[in-house]
Design a protein around this ligand. Structure first.
Ligand code: MN
Ligand code: MN
Length: 443
C-alpha cells in the first residue's frame, strides 16, 4: 500500500489551519505541564460549551455534550490522558551532601533515566497543609525564576560509567535534583547548613515546612518552552506530548462539534503512565459512576439495565500517541506496519505485548467502521503496530473502556522520542487528530 503524507492530503486551507493550530498547541504545552494544569485548562475552555462536567480533584475530567439521541443509544467517547512521565519528589526529599542541597526523587512512568540529566527543570506542585490549605508551585517557568537540574558525570571521570549498560549507568537513586549551595549564616555549629538555608527560604518565601512535603505532589518537569522544529516548521518539539497532544486535539475537536447525533463524552484521565490505577485513573469505576449520574440527570432513569445498554452501545476512541518510525533506529520497526511522522492519525487496533497479551484488540468490524468514517471525511490516517513483534509494547486506556462493553480503538498521532523530555510531533498529524475526533464525535 502506497502511503501519502498528510501534508499532501490536506487542502491548502487545512494546511494553513495546521500551522495556526500548531501555534495554539505550543502555548498550551507551555502553560500545561501537569495533570491539574491540563484539567483546569480544559474546564476553562469548554465551560461554555459543555452540558455537564465531571471532575475529581483536578486530576480527571469528563466533559459531556447532549446529542439528538438519548443516552441509551450510546455515547461517542474520546479518552486521552493528561499525566506524563516526569520526576516526582519523595516524601522526605531534602538533604545535603558535600555542600550541596538536593531533592530525593522517584521517577514516574517509563523513562530512559539518562535523558533527564542536564535538563533545566521546573517544579510544579501542590503542597497540602494539614488544615487543607493548598500551596501551589510553578517555579522555573518565568523569566527570573530559578530552575533546577540533575548533574551528570563529566567525561573526564566517566571511564567506568561509560562501560555500563544504558539501563544501569544512571540508577533511580542517582536522579536527585540540585536545589542550593549557600550555608545558613546563623547557627554556625550546625552540620547541614545548606539544607537549613533552603528550609529557611522555603518557609519565608513559600510558607512550606519540611514535614509538608509528606503531603505534596511535586513534579519536576522540563523548564523550557516548546519549539517549532525544522526549516519548514512542520513539527513541534516539547515536553509532555504523550498524551497532551491527544488531550488538546480532543478539546479542539469538541469546540468544533455542532449538533452531535449521539451524546458526547471527552475524558482526560490521570495515571495512565503507571497503568491507570488509583481513583483518578480509568482502571477505577469512575466512568460507570459518571454514567449513572448522567442517566439520572438527563433521563431520570439510571437502572442497571439502562446503564448496561448505554455502555454497550457506546463507541470510543482511546486517544493516545503511537511511535513514529525513527529514521535513526528503523531496525525496531517492521516498516510495512509502522507509523510515519506526518502521515496522519494512527489507527492502532491493539496495544499489549508478545502475543497481543494484555490488550483489547478492536475487531475487524469496528475497525472497518472507523476506517469508513475517516475515509468519507478525508481524515488523513494510517494503520500501524507498535514496533516489531516481540520488540516491546505498551498499553493505553483502551482495555479499561472495553471491559464495560464499549467498542474501542486506539487512534492518535505518532511521536518521535516518546517519553523523553523533548518529544517531537507533526502539525499535520495534530490537525488530522482534531479532524478525526470531530467526525467521530459527530458520527
Ligand atoms: Mn500515552
Ligand atoms: Mn506513555
Amino acid at each position: 500500500m502506497k502511503k501519502k503524507s498528510a501534508w499532501e492530503k490536506l487542502s491548502p486551507e487545512e494546511r494553513e489551519e495546521s500551522y495556526r493550530v500548531g501555534e495554539k498547541y505550543k502555548s498550551f504545552l507551555n502553560s500545561v505541564k501537569t495533570e491539574w494544569e491540563a484539567i483546569r485548562y480544559a474546564e476553562k475552555v469548554l465551560e461554555g460549551k459543555a452540558h455537564k462536567i465531571f471532575k475529581l480533584k483536578d486530576r480527571i475530567i469528563g466533559i459531556a455534550l447532549r446529542g439528538e439521541l438519548p443516552l441509551r443509544e450510546g455515547l461517542r467517547i474520546v479518552a486521552a490522558h493528561v499525566d506524563a512521565p516526569r520526576i516526582d519528589l519523595k516524601v522526605h526529599p531534602l538533604y545535603e551532601k558535600h555542600g550541596i542541597a538536593l531533592f530525593e526523587t522517584h521517577y514516574y512512568g517509563g523513562i530512559k533515566k539518562y535523558q533527564w540529566m542536564n535538563v533545566p527543570l521546573a517544579l510544579h506542585g501542590k503542597i497540602v497543609k494539614e488544615d487543607g490549605r493548598i500551596i501551589e508551585w510553578k517555579i522555573g517557568e518565568e523569566e527570573g525564576d530559578p530552575a533546577f537540574a540533575i548533574p551528570d558525570l563529566e567525561p573526564h571521570l566517566a571511564s567506568k560509567q561509560m562501560e555500563k549498560r544504558a539501563s544501569e549507568f544512571i540508577e533511580g537513586e542517582t536522579l536527585d535534583i540540585v536545589v542550593g549551595n549557600i550555608p545558613l549564616e546563623e547557627e554556625k555549629e550546625e552540620k547541614e547548613r545548606v539544607k537549613l538555608n533552603i528550609l529557611k527560604i522555603l518557609k519565608e518565601k513559600y510558607g512550606v515546612e519540611e514535614e509538608d512535603f509528606v503531603s505534596s505532589d511535586i513534579e519536576a518537569v522540563p523548564a523550557y518552552a516548546s519549539r517549532d522544529i525544522g526549516f519548514d516548521k512542520s513539527m513541534v518539539g516539547g515536553y509532555g506530548q504523550d498524551d497532551r497532544i491527544c488531550a488538546f486535539a480532543g478539546i479542539e475537536a469538541l469546540l468544533r462539534v455542532e449538533k452531535p447525533k449521539h451524546p458526547i463524552l471527552l475524558i482526560l484521565a490521570d495515571r495512565e503512565e503507571i497503568g491507570s490505577f488509583g481513583i483518578t485513573g480509568l482502571e477505577s469505576n469512575i466512568l460507570r459512576r459518571w454514567m449513572v449520574e448522567l442517566l439520572e440527570d438527563w433521563e431520570g432513569n439510571s437502572s442497571n439495565l439502562t446503564l448496561e445498554e448505554t455502555l454497550w452501545k457506546s463507541k470510543a476512541i482511546s486517544a493516545d500517541v503511537h511511535a513514529a518510525v525513527d529514521p535513526l533506529f528503523e531496525e525496531v520497526h517492521e516498516l510495512k506496519n509502522s507509523a510515519l511522522l506526518g502521515y496522519g492519525i494512527t489507527i492502532s487496533r491493539f496495544t499489549g505485548v508478545r502475543g497481543k497479551a494484555g490488550g483489547s484488540e478492536a475487531d475487524a468490524e469496528f475497525t472497518a467502521w472507523i476506517r469508513k468514517l475517516f475515509n468519507e471525511n478525508n481524515v488523513p490516517w494510517q494503520a500501524a503496530e507498535l514496533g516489531k513483534v516481540d520488540e516491546g509494547g505498551g498499553g493505553t486506556v483502551a482495555k479499561f473502556l472495553a471491559r464495560f462493553g464499549i467498542e474501542v480503538i486506539d487512534c492518535g498521532p505518532p511521536l518521535l522520542s516518546m517519553h523523553s523530555p523533548f518529544e517531537i510531533s507533526s502539525k499535520a498529524d495534530l490537525f488530522s487528530a482534531i479532524k478525526g475526533y470531530k467526525v467521530f464525535f459527530e458520527s
